[in-house]
Design a protein around this ligand. Structure first.
Ligand code: SOE
Length: 386
């Protein structure tokens, strides 16, 4: 079996999700090219050594530049915080390495465009980590739309709600610092919604938004890992420089209307990533907390049985059903990453770009920035202005 050799930068939450995907893939997708887990890189020697042993990497290092010098590394997987995406991507592509980068692609639209330009000029493969596209129930929604079974699409309603920073004493982790994260809920959660809308409905034409930072200062962190953190003993605080919540309205190029809501202040919502789509012939509702299901409604159902039905999207003929478990034995969050890597491996095999790639990453960043501009100017912004 042909292999693609991976060098990975980052070893926390996303590092674990990606590592798990590389490791599990050959067991379930034996016909796919095989990702070889060569080297994992992280800033902290002890931490990265532990991660390498736990996740199954052959080697580890604290210097990502070392990965680029090696002939036995084909692809760089970047899942470290957003402020390092650009530098590593550009250096990797210029060294002839393919790149898989987590979302949001960069801190700014300008940076993401530069990244796209460099990977295209270098002729390498590039993929961005919009993993939720690879949920079978989402792929069913896409199929229903493409086959015209929902008719003309009128509305997209997306909401991604979390509550992990509601406590004002929760420390100032990197996700709350603009210079590291780019933005708050908007780029972290809203980016997924925007990509979902692009995937399912099409391009967004214009937007108008509003945002808020409810807690303006937080204790400086003593320790942070993934989404958890501990505050320092001293009472020192620092300013929160990102949005806690961003909401916006949108008009799509095809005439559909959209509303988007991304917040980390929705008490009780651990990670509610949902959308509803209404068309002339039917509707669908998706909620990632029940990711194996799609609620489907068809206008043409007989009146006496009209209503939303619950379709379990992990059975045949749904996407990836033949690969996983027997009928009704459901799948989870980690499978969205495995499916993403399958797409990446297929792209190598078929010598094409994977989807979603940096073009999708830039398109998402363009909407993120259009919303920010609309908030600044307190007016509608046409996405193509940027
Ligand atoms: C944290 O808010 C987070 O892990 C995001 O960073 C991910 O992209 C999202 O999938 C789940 O929530």
């Amino acid at each position: 079996m042909e292999t693609i050799n991976i060098g990975m930068v980052g070893y926390k939450f996303m590092g674990k999700a990606h590592s798990h995907a590389y490791r599990d893939l050959p067991m379930f997708f034996p016909k796919s090219l095989r990702p070889e887990m060569k080297v994992i890189c992280g800033r902290n020697l002890e931490g990265v050594a532990e991660a390498a042993a736990q996740f199954g990497w052959q080697e580890y290092t604290t210097d990502w530049k070392e990965l680029l010098k090696r002939d036995d590394i084909d692809l760089i997987d970047i899942n470290a915080p957003s402020d390092v995406h650009k530098e590593i991507t550009i250096a990797a592509a210029e060294a002839g390495k393919h790149v898989f980068c987590e979302k949001p692609l960069a801190l700014t639209l300008k940076d993401s465009r530069e990244m796209l330009d460099v990977v295209e000029k270098a002729g390498v493969k590039h993929m961005v980590g919009f993993n939720y596209r690879f949920t079978p129930a989402v792929m069913l929604a896409k199929k229903l739309i493409e086959e015209g079974r929902l008719g003309d699409i009128y509305h997209f309603r997306g909401w991604f709600l979390q509550d992990w920073i509601v406590d004002p004493e929760f420390p100032l982790v990197w996700r709350l610092q603009k210079e590291v994260a780019g933005s708050g809920s908007h780029g972290d959660l809203g980016a997924h919604l925007i990509d979902m809308a692009h995937y399912l409905i099409g391009d967004i034409k214009e937007v108008i938004g509003m945002n808020e930072t409810f807690i303006k200062e937080r204790p400086l962190p003593a320790e942070m890992s993934g989404l958890s953190a501990k505050g320092s003993k001293e009472s020192a605080k620092g300013p929160v420089t990102v949005d806690d919540a961003t909401l916006f309205l949108a008009r799509f190029e095809n005439g559909a209307l959209g509303s988007f809501e991304a917040t980390r202040f929705a008490s009780g919502h651990r990670s509610t990533n949902s959308f509803e789509i209404n068309g002339s012939k039917g509707s669908v509702i998706f909620d990632f907390e029940r990711m194996n299901e799609l609620q489907v409604y068809f206008v043409d159902d007989k009146e006496d049985v009209q209503g939303f039905r619950r379709v379990l999207a992990t059975d045949a003929p749904h996407a990836y059903a033949e690969v996983w478990w027997p009928s009704g034995h459901t799948i989870g969050y980690e499978h969205t990453f495995i499916h993403s890597i399958v797409e990446l491996m297929d792209a190598f095999n078929e010598d094409r770009q994977p989807v979603p790639n940096f073009r999708d990453g830039v398109k998402c960043q363009q909407v993120l920035e259009a919303v920010d501009l609309s908030i600044d100017k307190r007016r509608w912004v046409t996405v193509s202005e940027l």
